[in-house]
Design a protein around this ligand. Structure first.
Ligand SMILES: Cc1cc2nc3c(=O)[nH]c(=O)nc-3n(C[C@H](O)[C@H](O)[C@H](O)COP(=O)(O)OP(=O)(O)OC[C@H]3O[C@@H](n4cnc5c(N)ncnc54)[C@H](O)[C@@H]3O)c2cc1C
Length: 413
């Protein structure tokens, strides 16, 4: 794979290792699935198990060595995601566990990391991120799952829905409203690691989805579920900090879809060179070249932006909590680019592209989902725009007519 110029020797070696693993283990699997006429994007557990068996659980890439991980940081995590994506395989069970375990990675105590991360990275256990509720989608601060302290335990009551893997997971990373009076200050939420089995949690329904069919996406009910206080992440009232920080890990993971975009570009390149119309390969037509240029521009920019963000995090130059607007912008750009690149690829491959040998339409479906997951792109845009208006104006850029105007006046313009 192409290295980024700033990667260290250690990272380059890791990238080579990942590339060799994907070529040896995952590409043959993807080819076999295609020969069997199966959509590789819908076979998720088999690919996930291969990754675990070879030491490539994305969670282990992020986890420190003292807990059995490989400590390759967000750059290593993105390299792995990109490489898995380029053979069109979908390892959502692994990524879901990363998203579920994100708060433990970021804020867990030593004891919590030992208890929860160690079996997760070995694939002995699975975790889900548990935010969405019947009346809570993008308005994630509106969580209603009720949490009340009772001695050394917390008691949870309420509902969650759309929870990926919930019916199979061992751990649900839940956010509960533990003090509704603090909603205005965002100190009303608390994060808990909740063991799902034998706890009073019931799976009320498994959703029938357009994709992600192996993911047991569930509606979950909490009835007097007792959670020991030792399973709390940080302190009561810290749930919003935990949630918004951990969502950045989810967004970085989603942005890793650039691997699928790379695969689509290669399909378009090969097809356009081979397909002859009006006496010559269609790659010679400017219309096709313009489409290819659009794919390249998007892919190069998306790839550079996600590795740049990964590097900022790895070098400690970005604080996870302050990182929201940057990760949101990258998530929007990468997922929208995947969609656009898939459309260009479908247009170039035309009728052949619609056959299930090409899998272009599976990627389109996935790209649409990725624009909803981890905060919908619309809401994230609003968040970014609002953030920009909070920042101070840099007067050096202003025309004379605006110089000397107060910050408040400019905000009102
Ligand atoms: C396959 C799948 C897997 C999922 N897995 C998980 C999971 O594991 N864990 C989990 O917690 N959740 C999960 N979700 C839920 C997902 O995170 C939510 O679907 C997502 O947050 C959007 O919420 P919503 O669907 O309720 O949409 P809503 O929030 O109801 O939004 C509906 C529409 O209104 C728009 N909108 C809403 N508010 C505003 C506003 N203020 N201004 C402008 N526009 C607005 C939105 O952009 C959108 O277009 C999953 C969903 C799917 C489909």
């Amino acid at each position: 794979m192409d290295y980024m110029p700033w990667w260290s020797e250690r990272t380059r070696k890791f990238a080579d290792e990942v590339e060799a693993f994907v070529d040896a283990e995952l590409v043959p699997m993807a080819i076999k699935l295609q020969e069997e006429n199966k959509d590789p994007m819908s076979i998720q557990w088999k690919a996930s198990k291969i990754c675990i068996d070879h030491g490539f659980h994305p969670l282990s890439i992020l986890t420190e060595e003292q807990y059995g991980g490989r400590d390759q940081g967000y750059t290593g995590y993105t390299i792995l995601n990109e490489e898995i994506g380029r053979c069109m395989l979908n390892v959502n069970p692994l990524l879901t566990s990363v998203f579920g375990a994100g708060p433990i990675l970021l804020y867990g105590t030593d004891a919590q990391k030992k208890e929860f991360l160690v079996p997760l990275i070995k694939g002995e256990k699975w975790a889900s991120i548990t935010v969405t509720e019947p009346d809570v989608g993008n308005d994630a601060a509106g969580v209603q799952l009720h949490g009340e302290q009772d001695g050394d335990e917390w008691v949870l009551n309420g509902w969650k829905r759309f929870i990926t893997l919930a019916a199979l997971s061992d751990l649900l990373l839940c956010y509960a409203n533990t003090d509704p009076s603090m909603r205005g200050t965002h100190r009303h939420l608390t994060a808990f690691v909740v063991p799902r089995r034998d706890s009073g949690i019931t799976i009320e329904k498994i959703n029938k989805l357009e994709g992600d069919v192996e993911m047991a996406n569930s509606v979950v009910r909490f009835r007097d579920v007792r959670v020991p206080a030792k399973n709390m992440i940080l302190e009561p009232g810290d749930g919003w900090t935990v949630m918004t920080s951990a969502l950045n890990i989810e967004r970085m993971g989603i942005a890793g879809v650039v691997g699928q975009a790379r695969c689509l570009q290669e399909i378009a390149r090969a097809y356009a060179r081979r397909r002859v119309q009006f006496g010559q390969p269609i790659s010679r037509y400017e219309g096709i070249q313009l489409r290819m240029a659009e794919m390249t521009m998007r892919l190069e920019t998306a790839r550079a932006s996600i590795y740049y963000l990964a590097d900022l995090l790895d070098k400690g130059e970005a604080d996870m909590f302050q990182f929201g607007a940057k990760s949101a912008a990258t998530k929007i750009y990468c997922t929208q680019s995947l969609f656009e690149i898939a459309q260009q690829c479908a247009a170039i491959c035309a009728g052949d592209g619609y056959t299930n040998e090409f899998n272009i339409y599976s990627v389109i479906k996935n790209a649409l989902l990725m624009q909803i997951a981890g905060g919908s792109n619309d809401i994230l845009r609003i968040f970014i725009g609002r953030n920009e208006f909070i920042r101070d104006v840099d007067e050096r850029y202003l025309p004379r007519a605006l110089r000397g105007v107060t910050k408040e006046e400019i905000e009102d313009l």
